[in-house]
Design a protein around this ligand. Structure first.
Ligand SMILES: CC(C)(COP(=O)(O)OP(=O)(O)OC[C@H]1O[C@@H](n2cnc3c(N)ncnc32)[C@H](O)[C@@H]1OP(=O)(O)O)[C@@H](O)C(=O)NCCC(=O)NCCS
Length: 329
């Protein structure tokens, strides 16, 4: 089960038991309606005077069990808070979608929404003839774009071009990209959605796009996107961007590994990229992902770039989309 499936499961079950820690550390449990936001946070409501609200204010650690009646359950652990502002609005939307009958109760100043951000979850299925239990992959999902994603692709690109690192990262300016007509993004997204010439992989947190990497096939005898002749066929990584709140989370490693897998499956032995010589953060991430400077430097519209290369063994890249520890699989 992944995060999206967890959301569907919680919404379908719609209730469960939450256990909080009382003043002396003893567990206190309550049964109540529960739903989930698009991002996979659990949401419930509670009276401000309730034990659970006092408990999570003192100690946010909670355990929750969702479901049970049909022989399936979701055991969860995480931290609870009482969100405000935009976070509360997102929780309220999810809660009212699931439980429109509680609209009046949410307007009551003595009622608060409790949000649980999960650190661990396990799905169990003990229906007749089945006996399985599986840890849920709570990480942000990564997938290839679809042609109809062009609006989100455009929005993420424009945000990337407004990032404070954009001057060292991208060959294009925000003004140039913002002036491109819709048909440009429609075409580019469609080309990256299918086929063997290019693939854009995006990280999606609920409905928010939080990162993107594109990999393009570059055949020997053609020119690369800088206009340089390509001597050996290769796949090249471009448009690397992870939103600030996801930096340092390891998401970039998974995005780059997805590109390596795509290129390896197509038989490419080289995965390359160009990075500005002063973009030390990106260079650090690339080194960790198995790239090394090739010794080639070149001038582009943003200044001096270093070429970095990762050697691929076609078809056998490490798949980091599962929960295997590094080095396994
Ligand atoms: C480049 C990018 C995708 C990297 O993802 P990230 O999640 O930030 O990368 P990480 O933090 O996991 O790794 C960066 C590495 O540089 C190090 N680092 C972090 N901040 C740093 C800084 N200010 N200076 C030097 N090194 C830094 C990190 O410690 C890490 O190295 P480590 O593995 O040895 O610990 C992301 O920062 C980004 O989107 N930047 C803006 C766009 C961009 O520069 N794109 C690349 C174009 S080539």
């Amino acid at each position: 089960m992944d995060r999206g499936e967890l959301v569907e499961y919680v919404r379908a079950q719609a209730d469960g038991v939450i256990s909080t820690l009382g003043p002396d550390g003893s567990p206190q449990a309550a049964y109540l309606p529960i739903t989930a936001t698009d991002r996979g946070e659990l949401v419930l409501d509670a009276r401000t005077s309730s034990r659970k609200v006092a408990n999570v204010r003192r100690d946010p650690r909670v355990a929750v069990v969702v479901g049970g009646r049909d022989g399936t359950t979701l055991q969860c652990e995480g931290t609870a808070d009482l969100p405000d502002g935009a976070d509360r609005d997102a929780c309220a939307r999810a809660y009212l979608d699931a439980f429109p009958q509680f609209e009046a109760s949410l307007a009551d100043p003595d009622v608060v929404l409790v949000r649980v951000r999960l650190t661990w979850a396990r799905h169990g299925d003990y229906r007749p003839g089945v006996s399985s239990s599986q840890d849920v992959d709570l990480r942000v999902g990564i997938r290839r774009v679809r042609a109809d994603d062009w609006r989100s692709a455009r929005a993420l690109r424009l945000d990337a071009l407004r990032d404070e690192a954009a001057g060292l990262a991208f060959l294009e300016t925000y003004e140039h990209a913002a002036a491109e007509p819709d048909v440009f993004y429609q075409g580019r997204t469609a080309r990256a959605a299918d086929g063997d010439e290019a693939a854009q992989f995006v990280a999606v947190d609920g409905s928010d796009w939080v990162g993107s990497v594109t990999v393009i096939a570059q055949r020997a005898g053609t020119l690369d996107y800088h206009g340089r002749p390509i001597e050996q066929s290769r796949a090249t990584v471009v448009g690397v961007f992870v939103r600030g709140e996801q930096r340092g989370s390891g998401l970039i490693d998974r995005l780059l590994e997805t590109c390596a897998q795509w290129a390896g499956d197509l038989g490419f032995e080289l995965l390359t990229l160009g990075v500005h010589r002063d973009n030390v953060r990106a260079q650090g991430a690339y080194r960790r992902a198995g790239f090394a400077p090739s010794g080639v430097t070149f001038e582009s519209t943003i200044g001096t770039e270093i070429e970095m290369v990762r050697h691929l063994r076609p078809g056998v890249q490490r798949d980091t989309s599962d929960n295997s520890p590094p080095g396994v699989g």
